[in-house]
Design a protein around this ligand. Structure first.
Ligand SMILES: [Fe+2]
Length: 242
């Protein structure tokens, strides 16, 4: 299984507090069947990114060395979860945003109460630059909870929808859970990821998630969400149609 969204890198955002917690998280992921984890620290606009980019690279090197030293069967790569701010499209145009595949897939997030107009303007600005937005946890946005057609609209425009493990399992409340289960039932999902932040809460352990998906979804659908589409995104290929 491939986990495309995690805050495992220490000391760069609200994720892992230190290298020891990050290593513990890597071990939890590997034990639960994850073979490749993408480190996607929060990346919030021009001023912050200028400060944090070198630090992200430094922490990534340290974590890779630690995971290698511990002989964990886990491949790591590094990207970011990009909050769509007014400077995002300009930064994308200047090729200054880290992508999931090193080319065109951008993991994007919004403030939870963001308007659909703002979201769509940002997404279409990125698409016009030939980036493909991978929308992080769409089920957590108010706009999508209110209007199911928004997911359909995003899906039709070729934006990818990444659901969160915690949303599916009910960690963010019944409204989020109801929304995410509806997306799954409608086939309006491309992949599921942990969005792990810590070793004690919001963890990268995928055991409960895989159990839930196996008992509620067609096995082929679960494989698309957990393995096939994440692999295709990393390889810069289009997702498998659901
Ligand atoms: Fe995240």
């Amino acid at each position: 299984m491939i986990d495309l969204h995690s805050h495992i890198l220490p000391q760069v955002d609200d994720g892992a507090a230190n290298l020891s917690e990050a290593l513990h998280m890597a071990e939890m992921a590997a034990v639960s069947g994850v073979t490749h984890m993408v480190c996607t620290p929060h990346f919030r606009g021009e001023m912050q990114s200028l400060r944090t980019l070198p630090e992200i690279a430094r922490q990534f090197t340290l974590l890779k060395q630690a995971v290698g030293g511990a002989k964990l069967p886990l491949t790591l790569s590094c990207a970011a979860e990009i909050l769509c701010t007014p400077d995002t499209v300009d930064m994308a145009a200047a090729h200054r945003l880290p992508t999931l595949d090193g080319k065109r897939y951008l993991l994007t997030e919004f403030y939870f109460d963001e308007s659909p107009q703002y979201m769509n303007a940002c997404l279409s600005g990125l698409a016009q630059l030939h980036y493909t937005p991978v929308i992080a946890h769409p089920e957590r946005y108010d706009a999508l909870q209110r209007d199911a057609h928004l997911a359909e609209y995003w899906f039709r425009h070729g934006y990818l929808l990444q659901l969160n493990k915690g949303s599916i399992l009910g960690a963010f409340g019944s409204r989020v859970q109801h929304t995410v289960h509806r997306l799954l039932a409608d086939g309006a999902a491309h992949l599921v990821a942990s969005d792990a932040h810590h070793a004690h809460v919001r963890t990268p352990d995928m055991t409960s998630l895989t159990r839930w998906l196996r008992s509620h979804c067609n096995p082929a659908y679960a494989e698309i969400l957990l393995l096939r589409n994440p692999r295709r995104i990393l390889d810069g290929r289009p997702p498998v149609p659901v």
